[in-house]
Every structure is written in structure tokens, then in C-alpha cells.
Design a binder for this molecule. Structure first.
Ligand code: AMP
Length: 199
């Protein structure tokens, strides 16, 4: 039987995001987007999703978390954790593309191996979305410049990879600092015990 495809509009995305993704050439949602977008647009959901890269997962979590941000309030409302600098930059770039028509929306990538002073200045200017490697974010939290007390959505991207890299304790400490009534969405190519525990 043929799969009946939904449109991005039917998934509940707002006009300014629809316009941005149309310009990027996205015509129809990919399967992971069809599942995750309506779910994250709802209230207080914990989601566990399994997905390999190349499946469209960045838009799957990125579009709904952007839609839920109140741009008038300049503090972190969404957090994306990812294992490497390259991934952080790529995710942040994608989010900025999606947010092209969201006035004043600010996304900042913070990661190790790069000037922490520049990242501190960026955080002090105010951001809505932080895309971070766990170790650097924890460092910034300990310096009192990354306030996660109003974060509503947390995305753990490539969670299995982050555990392999030894970020388990940092992730625990970060999740402790985020309000308990957050939504957490976890992407992992595999589901070892430790991931199941976080989930
Ligand atoms: P990702 O899995 O997030 O790395 O995405 C894989 C690639 O698919 C990226 O180049 C995206 O820009 C692209 N992409 C994501 N969603 C769609 C869509 N609905 N239609 C066409 N391309 C897409």
C-alpha cells in the first residue's frame, strides 16, 4: 500500500518555518520528521527516537524546538547536546537556516578546542538555543555563564557516540541543571543499557 504523505503544514509548523524550509527545497517530511515534529509540538512529551544520520533528524527536532521558542525572552529555552565540534556547527547552521524568518532568534554553538572567551561573550549577549558539546557546556555552567534554568527542550543527538567519548558524567550533570518538566528527545543509532537508563 502506498504511504500517504503529510505536508509540513499538516504537521503543525508555522508559516515562517514553512517558508524557510520551502526555500531549502524540502517538499515533504521525511518519516522521522512525520513522527517527531507533531510530538515535540505537543506539551510535555518525553520521546526516545532511534535514527541514523542522513534521515532528516536535524529538521525533525530543530523545527519544532524553534517553533516553541519565545523570541521575546532572551535566555536559553532549548539545548542540543552533540558529541563533536563539527556536528555542533552543522546543527547550529541548519537551525539558523530554519530560523531565517524568525526575527531575532539566536542560536549559539559552544564546543571544546576553541576560544572559551568568545563563547562566554556570545552567551552573555543572550541566546535562545544552545548547541553544545557536553564537556565545554559543563565548563561554561561552572563559570556561571550558561543558565539552563529555563530550558524546556533538550535534544541528545548521537547519544551513543557521546557515551563512547566519555561524556556520561557531564551529561548527567547538565541534565541535573535543566528543569525536570522539560521534554527530552534522544537520538541514538544503538540502544545500549546506559542509553536506556538515560531514557
Ligand atoms: P540529517 O539527517 O539531519 O543530517 O539530514 C540529512 C539531509 O537531508 C540534510 O542535507 C538535510 O538538509 C536534508 N533534509 C532534511 N529534511 C528534508 C526534507 N524533508 N526534504 C528534503 N531534504 C531534507
Amino acid at each position: 500500500m502506498e504511504r500517504i504523505m503529510k505536508t509540513f503544514e499538516e504537521l503543525g509548523l508555522q508559516d515562517n518555518l514553512l517558508r524557510a524550509i520551502a526555500e531549502l527545497g524540502y517538499e515533504n517530511p521525511m518519516p522521522v520528521q512525520e513522527e517527531v515534529i507533531p510530538y515535540l509540538l505537543g506539551e510535555d512529551n518525553d520521546v526516545v527516537a532511534l535514527a541514523q544520520t542522513g534521515t532528516g533528524k536535524t529538521a525533525a527536532f530543530g523545527l519544532p524546538i524553534l517553533q516553541k521558542i519565545n523570541t521575546k525572552k532572551l535566555y536559553p529555552q532549548a539545548l542540543v547536546l552533540s558529541p563533536t565540534r563539527e556536528l555542533c556547527l552543522q546543527i547550529a547552521d541548519d537551525l539558523k537556516d530554519y530560523a531565517k524568518y524568525m526575527d531575532g532568534l539566536s542560536v549559539l554553538a559552544v564546543y571544546g578546542g576553541s576560544s572559551i572567551e568568545t563563547q562566554i561573550r556570545g552567551l552573555r549577549r543572550g541566546v535562545h538555543v544552545i548547541v553544545a558539546t557536553p564537556g565545554r557546556l559543563l565548563d561554561l555552567m561552572n563559570r556561571g555563564v550558561a543558565d539552563l534554568s529555563a530550558v524546556k527542550n533538550v535534544i541528545l543527538d548521537e547519544a551513543d557516540e557521546m557515551l563512547n567519548m566519555g561524556f556520561s558524567e557531564s551529561i548527567d550533570a547538565i541534565l541535573e541543571a535543566v528543569p525536570e518538566n522539560r521534554n527530552t528527545l534522544l537520538f541514538s543509532a544503538t540502544m545500549p543499557d546506559e542509553i536506556a537508563k538515560i531514557a
